[in-house]
Design a protein. Structure first.
Length: 390
């Protein structure tokens, strides 16, 4: 125990063979406080890790563990918060240093849970083309991992001082997209009462057709002829093929590994299901930051000085009048240069507007719905990031 908070690290909640649904692991013996974090999900190194000063331990396919911070292991039945990490569905872990939960638990008297789930090809590769029922849900294994963790919490969190009937799921970026999907997923119904969707547009899911194209490209880079061969090749070969697929000119800039509308785990687009009332008993808080896209300028510096012609072509691809858009944004945010203006439009188009659509869909069922906008500007890098996603 440290400052009145007990931490339980690396608790296994499920196990899974590659591309197969998770199988629950019951809590037989109560773990002692402390312990070591479980391995992160298999993943390639990414610039974001180093930008935040984080270096993850080597990943492993055997990664389905969770971590718990609690004020006390008693019968107080405190509210429970389950964090689903971001990272574009290809990086991240519940053990990332900036997810340390002591302060939140101390100040709010909640029980905090952070989880791992399978990433990239291991968690979101469509193998329905094999015809093998063993891999029928491979395109959404990462989502099933999250559901398995929530089921574990429902069964066991009372032993850690938490209330299994008062669970809030919250997540950012890929974690927020996951929340949007969980709101629409029949298997997640009843596992949480509240949801906080942070910068997680419900539109960033894949069609079956697109997911199939990604699988075909990955197979080519992995050097295999049959889909089922992907289940047995070494993990590093699969990761290398995954990285090459992401960098392929065929998909540049698109989210290749993400939940897929497969007709079963995710029966329809999240907005459609939510509008029909799939989560009408869940209270929702959703929103974004003011400058969602500015973080991307650290990856691609040309965004800071985007040429006028390129900006106009991008607006036209969205069926927008370039001159009208520029005029509106210059009036609303006169401090922005052309590159930052483009990023402001991108952030609004890709994040802010989809979050509004999510709130509208949820509110149609008279469900509790709230929105936020974070406009606080970080002083990091001289303030040029504004209020970015992170």
């Amino acid at each position: 125990m440290s400052n009145g908070v007990s931490v339980f690290r690396g608790i296994r909640f499920a196990k899974a063979d590659r591309f197969c649904p998770p199988e629950p692991v019951p809590l037989v013996d109560m773990p002692a406080p402390g312990g070591s974090f479980g391995a992160p999900a298999s993943q390639n190194p990414d610039r974001l890790d180093y930008m935040w000063g984080e270096v993850l331990a080597p990943g492993d396919e055997d990664c389905l563990t969770l971590n718990i911070w609690t004020p006390a292991r008693d019968n107080a039945r405190r509210p429970v918060m389950v964090w689903i990490h971001g990272g574009a569905f290809i990086i991240g872990s519940g053990r990332w240093g900036w997810y340390e939960g002591k302060r939140l638990v101390q100040e709010e008297q909640v029980v905090l849970v952070t989880i791992n789930y399978r990433l990239g090809a291991f968690g979101f590769l469509d193998l329905s083309g094999t015809g093998n029922p063993r891999y029928a849900s491979a395109a959404n294994c990462g989502l099933l991992d999250q559901i398995a963790a929530l089921k574990w919490v429902k069964l066991h969190i009372d032993r850690f001082g938490g209330d299994p009937d008062c669970v809030t799921v919250f997540g950012e970026s890929a974690g927020g997209i996951s929340i949007s999907c969980l709101l629409a997923c029949p298997q997640a119904r009843g596992l949480f009462r509240r949801a906080i969707c942070m910068s997680g547009p419900p539109s960033m899911v894949r069609s079956k057709e697109f997911a199939g194209r990604v699988t075909e490209k990955l197979m080519r880079y992995a050097g295999v002829d049959e889909m089922e061969q992907l289940a047995t090749i070494p993990a590093d070969v699969l990761l290398t093929a995954q990285g090459r697929t992401i960098r392929s000119a065929d998909f540049l800039g698109e989210l290749l590994y993400a939940p897929t509308i497969d007709g079963t785990i995710l029966p329809e687009p999240p907005l459609h299901a939510i509008r029909r009332g799939s989560a009408d008993d869940v209270a929702l808080l959703t929103g974004t930051t003011l400058d969602e896209a500015r973080l991307w300028s650290l990856y691609n510096r040309i965004l800071r000085v985007l040429p006028v012609g390129a900006l106009d072509r991008w607006f036209q691809s969205l069926r927008l009048d370039p001159s009208a858009i520029r005029a509106a944004y210059r009036q609303a945010r006169p401090e922005l240069g052309l590159g930052y203006l483009a990023m402001a439009v991108a952030g609004d188009a890709l994040f802010w507007m989809p979050q509004i659509r999510l709130a509208e869909a949820h509110a149609m069922n008279r469900s509790v719905t709230r929105m936020y906008l974070i406009s606080w500007q970080t002083p990091v890098l001289g303030g040029r990031l504004g209020a970015p996603t992170a």
